[in-house]
Write a protein that binds this ligand. Sequence first.
Ligand SMILES: Cc1ncc(C[n+]2csc(CCOP(=O)(O)OP(=O)(O)O)c2C)c(N)n1
Length: 586
Amino acid sequence: MKEILSGNEAIARGAYEAGCLVACAYPGTPSTEILENTIKYKEIDSSWAPNEKVALEVAIGASFGGGRALCTMKHVGVNVAADPLFTLSYTGVRGGLVLVAADDPEMHSSQNEQDSRNYARFAKVPMLEPSDSRECKEFTRLGFELSEQYDSPVMLRSSTRISHGKSLVELGQRVTDLPLPKLEKNPSKLVMLPGNARVRHPLVEQNLINLSKAAASLPFNRLELRDTSIGIITAGICYQYVREVLPNASTLKLGMVYPLPHDLIREFAAKVDTLYVIEELDPFIEDQVKAMGIPVIGKEIISLCGELTPGRLRTAFGLPQTAAAPAEKMPGRPPNMCPGCPHRGVFYALKQLRAYVTGDIGCYTLGFMPPLSAMDTCVCMGASIGMATGVTKVVAAEEKKKVVAVIGDSTFLHTGINGLMDMVYNNSPATVIILDNSITAMTGRQDNPASGFTLMDNPTHAVNIPLLCKAVGVKHIRIVNPLDLEETKRVIAEEMEHPEPSVIITNKPCVLIKREDVFQKGPVYAVDEERCTGCRACLKIGCPAIEWRAAGDGSRRGKASIDPLLCTGCDVCRQLCKFDVIGSKP
Ligand SMILES: Cc1ncc(C[n+]2csc(CCOP(=O)(O)OP(=O)(O)O)c2C)c(N)n1
């Protein structure tokens, strides 16, 4: 049977067919839907972990127990999981282990565009790179076999286009003849103390040499000879662009991007007049081909930054662009918090208080955008609290009070809690605001250890965030309703004054939360346009439900209006209106 699947759906299917027993992840675009699809297969135990390091450790445990395990994350997640990963290559596996790293060239939804292929080389782990959904499924399935055959975790690199693009996939059966998992002690292989690790390291190096030699005959790499005046080494989505733009060029399509098939590369280079490497981001293949003493053109014509597109490839080869569809005039649509988002009021208050806000990653990062413009830093998940401590270490006493860290519930449990421990341990005077909207909203409303539900939607214990803060030693803990502007501002101002660490926790759920009993839309609000003075105070919170209707006479004058389809009745705009002309519609 054939089905049109996205790359992420196909990876989930590949894991199912491979007999995978455990899938564990922390959400992150573009990888999130893989686990949202493994839950379709009841044979796979699928779960969200609080962060990528834990997700990989769960997968490692399952593998050491003898079962096949899948672990998925976005590219920056590999930074978090790097510690176990770099030693997992030494221990090797029992049940096959596939780690998916989904890259995001062009940063459609990421803070950087690091190239995960470097991790494969750095951690000494083989890496496969599919170029469509069919290969996503096949390579995932084969990845488990390769992992067991070479006693190593196998990384599978995807990218936004591969994960989210759709193509035809032939579905297969799930393997049923795998040995049943059972405990087996093997400390010299699995306990990485120096004495054992010294024995394992040369085996890892030898493994990679063996794999590189075997690579020519592995099903992943394919030599396709056409016109031999141009030869292109490529992989992943770039292969599709090369086939579209340069259909006559010969290609060496790499499905395994680490270790490289050196013999195959030499054979291909000898057969073509001019050799190119076409790859997104880093010159990963190019540098290794050059190190083999083979002249090759790569980053001279393809940018190190951003995504490759067929259009950019045409430009690189001096080819004319195909007739593009006439550019439609689309209205700008800058990212914005949803109408009724409980984060909005907090940033309004922080702006008024002129706080120095160390930010974090989540929907609330949009507090950076005008008109709220109330975020001063954002580096990586969990960084806000440690950074707030750092800032307070250097600035003058009066300025220390202004430092406030903001962090979401999922991010706090991901890696923020460690920063809070440090803050208490080292007695930083900063204030932390935990924006608890009861969900991991930014990546599509996934549950987390504080939401009370598992990935399979089973009710479970919900971490009590105030108690957790208390347990690490925070003495000043306040809960606020972020939809009450006055209370929010007052509580933040009071806590900023404390010379000790303090935590404020907001208590309103995300408006898009899946569970209707948690969020109920209030009565819709409206502006009494007759009485509206056009003062624009209500525009200061940047709610998409509030529109500005210009007077139409070329002046700045106009009136506010509320779109009833977008309004959730959060009441925040009513509190801003000094003329009392906003209220719920009768
Ligand atoms: C290391 C890492 N993993 C995953 C992500 C993707 N990601 C960005 S924000 C976020 C979670 C946001 O949830 P929360 O902190 O609860 O804030 P909300 O969006 O709900 O406001 C995730 C998973 C990332 N940027 N970095």
